[in-house]
Structure formats: structure tokens, C-alpha cells
Design a protein around this ligand. Sequence first.
Ligand SMILES: Cc1cc2nc3c(=O)[nH]c(=O)nc-3n(C[C@H](O)[C@H](O)[C@H](O)COP(=O)(O)OP(=O)(O)OC[C@H]3O[C@@H](n4cnc5c(N)ncnc54)[C@H](O)[C@@H]3O)c2cc1C
Length: 475
Amino acid sequence: MTDVLIIGAGVVGSAIARELSKYELDITILEKDSDIAEGVTKANSGIVHAGYNEKIGTLKGKLNREGNDMFDSLSKDLDFKFERNGALVLGFSEGDMVTLEELKKNGEELGIKGLSILDKEDTLNLEKNIKENVKGALYAKTSGIVSPYEMTIALAENAALNGARFKLNSEVTGIEKVDGFYRVKLKNGEEIEAQIVINAAGLYGDKINNMVSKNVLKVKGVKGEYLLLDKVSGKLTNKTLFTVPKKDTKGVLVTKTVEGNLLVGPNAEELDDVFDFSVTEEGSTEVNDKGLDLINEIPEKRIITAFSGIRPHIKSDFIIEEAKDSKNFINVIGIDSPGLTCAPAIAVYVKDLLKDKIELKEDTSFNGKRKGILRFNELSFDEKNEVIKENRAYGKLICKCELITEGEIVDAINRPLGARTVDGVKRRTRASMGGCQGVGCLIPIATIISRELDIPLNKVMKNNKNSNVIGFKED
Ligand SMILES: Cc1cc2nc3c(=O)[nH]c(=O)nc-3n(C[C@H](O)[C@H](O)[C@H](O)COP(=O)(O)OP(=O)(O)OC[C@H]3O[C@@H](n4cnc5c(N)ncnc54)[C@H](O)[C@@H]3O)c2cc1C
């Protein structure tokens, strides 16, 4: 029997796994997909929100500030990129300026530091490409940017190194309450017994809850589409530019990403029952038009891809609690925005919920540090030569847009919880994330995966399901 079973290896499940791996516990994480961060976590804005707009007295308000505070040390310990680039919420009318003052006051009551109101001149001095008709801005210095999957993979790798057991391709199809524990059934017929179950299943958090609890819940998907531009366009703004938030959404933003691209989006479209990730002409147009309300140009020819993410909305606040009718079954669901920012603080909050359920004895062998994949292109000329002398695979360039070497790809495959698909390599190294979006390196990456994992090339997948990179008949 496992002590704690976590369902879902998104940023929330992975952060909880790492937090709990500080204690002498047997931890199992079940993930239906073939990699970490395949769900909501893989497609979002990547903003570490300052949190000025969250309601006082809510979990979001509390955990946003606490989570934001944790990013400096967490990113150092786990070696993922994080930059406190700051955010400007732009006002374009007198009414907007009143709202910005209210947001500042709300933020200060939540304990958020570094908030100030700027006039037009100071706003334009900070970012010269902002629309000339701006009246002023709320400047939030603590806002930051992060790669959501890089962060999540780092959390999961560190949890795994500290003994947490990740079982990928393991979809939960049923949960049985037995006397004092849970029997969790997987699609492949396997059953796992657990003392405590933590439901961190993102868009499917309602289904997992409804397998156990009579308090039936329903996730409403709210889709957001994005346009991603190249790194030349990333220089158009250093800060994250927001519009004045509406009732349920922060609106379309324009931001530099932590890797230096420009990201514009997301809009907000409520979905019916089907989680449809398609991108649409209307969505792209809406995002582009709303982005152009904030910034002078969004160069069409520099758009490299469009994508969408879906927010798992249940109610206005997160649900992080034991199900009322199911002892030791903890829901961590309805984690829509700002869930990425909150994840490290959610993990601590969940750990505290477990205090009176299971003994939390510190594991003295816990190692909270993790080394990320070498970023070869960021080395000096001499350092590059040294690395190549040690390992010639770093002398072979595979992704010519992002300048990623074979050495980095081999590391991404062979490290704990390593990549098993081309997209797994992409999210760990950025290979195929550049201007050509993999046209040049898809097959070379697949060939390396095939060699390293000793599987036929035609069995290498682009991503999760039946997405064979090449199709040919076996002899
Ligand atoms: C458009 C958009 C923009 C956003 N922008 C931001 C932002 O800028 N900043 C911010 O802080 N937050 C942002 N968020 C919110 C943030 O992305 C989410 O809160 C966070 O990623 C949720 O993570 P999660 O781990 O709960 O869910 P997920 O990442 O979806 O993880 C749940 C996992 O559970 C797995 N699973 C589901 N069912 C089963 C099953 N039956 N068996 C086994 N595994 C299962 C799934 O495959 C998935 O991997 C945004 C969200 C969206 C959609």
C-alpha cells in the first residue's frame, strides 16, 4: 500500500509530490499521459502573477502571494529559468485609472509589495512600444515569467530523485473506498491501494471526485488562444503588459516569454462538454486585435505558431480540501489561473492538510537541488570547447533555430523521467520550438530517441497518442 497517491502530474501534482518527498512517505503519482506537464500546464501564459487582482479572503489571494515569493529560491534550487520582469496594467481612460488605484489598494491589503501607479510619461519611458493613448499604469514589480513545463519537469524530476514513484501512461478509471483506504483502478487493469488520495487531475478533476464523492462536481473548460512570435519580436516589450482585468478574466496580455519570444493572448471562450484545443481564425484575430490595443505592433510575419490552453474552472476560488463525505480523499481541483504561480504554495498548503492524517517525519536524505539540462548555446566559446572535448555529441547541432545540440537531447532522454517523445524532447530542450517549428529537426530528434531507447524509428511518437513521426511498413 502506498501512503499518498497523487492523481495527475501537472504542475500541481508535481509540486505536491516534491513537497511530500521531504518526508518519510511512500508516494505514487499516476499520470494518464506519457509525460509530465501534458495537461493544462503545458499551454498557458507562463506568468508568475503578482496577485493584486485576487479577492481578499480567498485561497487564490493567499496562495498567489505566497507562491510568487517562493520562485526566486525554487528556480535556483531546481535550475529552471525565472525572471522578475515586472508587469504593467495599462489604463486607457479615467475609469481605468480609478480601477488601477483600486487594484493597487486591493494588492496592498493582500500584502503584495512593489505596486505603484505610473503616469503616461513614466509608463512610456518604461516601455516605448506601448500605445501612445495610454493614460498610465499599475506597475507590479514582483510579476515574473517562467516556462511552465520546464518548471514542472524540474519539480517532478526532483521529487523522483527523492523517491517519489511516477507511473506514466496510467489512467485512473475507478476508485473504490475500502475500509480505511482506497483501491485505485487503472485502465490497464492494475490496482493500487492508497491510504490517502490527492486528486490533482486538472480538467478531469471532477471525474476523479465523482468516482468517490456524492458531492458531484463539474469542470467548465474555458479556452484561451495564443499567438507566439519569434525572438526578434520578443524585444518589443520587456515587461508583461496587461489590460485592466474584467470580472472573470485578466484579459489578453502581451509579454516577452522567459525564452525571449513574444506571446499574445489568451482570450476566454467557455466550452461545452468537449475540451476542444483547436485554434481558430476568429480566436487568432481577437487575440491579435486585443494585443494591438496595448502595443504598437504585432508583426504578422514573425508569428511562428498559434496554440490554445483550457482553464479548468469549477468555481471562482480553488477547491483544496478533503471531500466532505470521503475521509483522506483530498481534492486539489478547479485550479485555473493563477494556478501555476500558486503551485509551490498549494503544495505546502496540502502538506499541512495531511498533518493530522499521517505522520510527517522529515526525511534527512532529502536533496532539494536539481541540475537542469546544460544550455550549450549560453556557454562562452571556451566553455563550449571544453564541453565538446568531454562529449562530442555537444558538437553536433540538431535544432538549427534554437541551436540545440545532440548532447542536450541525449541528456533529455536519459535523465530521470526522461523524454519519450519528440515533444518531450522539445519541452525539455526547446529543440523544434524555433521558427521552423521542427521542419528541420523532427526526424533527427526522432532518430536519436529511436537509438537511445532502442525502439524502431516508426514507433517514435511526436506526442502522446498514435502520432508516429514517420509511417513505414515493418519488414
Ligand atoms: C489559457 C491559460 C492561461 C493561464 N495562464 C496562467 C498564468 O499566466 N499564470 C498562472 O499562474 N496560471 C496560469 N494558468 C493556470 C495554470 O496553467 C493552471 O492552474 C495549472 O497548469 C493547473 O495545473 P494542474 O496540475 O492542476 O492541471 P494539469 O496540468 O492539467 O494536470 C493534471 C494532470 O492530470 C492528468 N489526469 C487527468 N485525468 C487523469 C486520470 N484519470 N488518471 C491519471 N491522470 C489523469 C492529466 O493528464 C494532467 O497531466 C493558465 C491557464 C490557462 C488554460
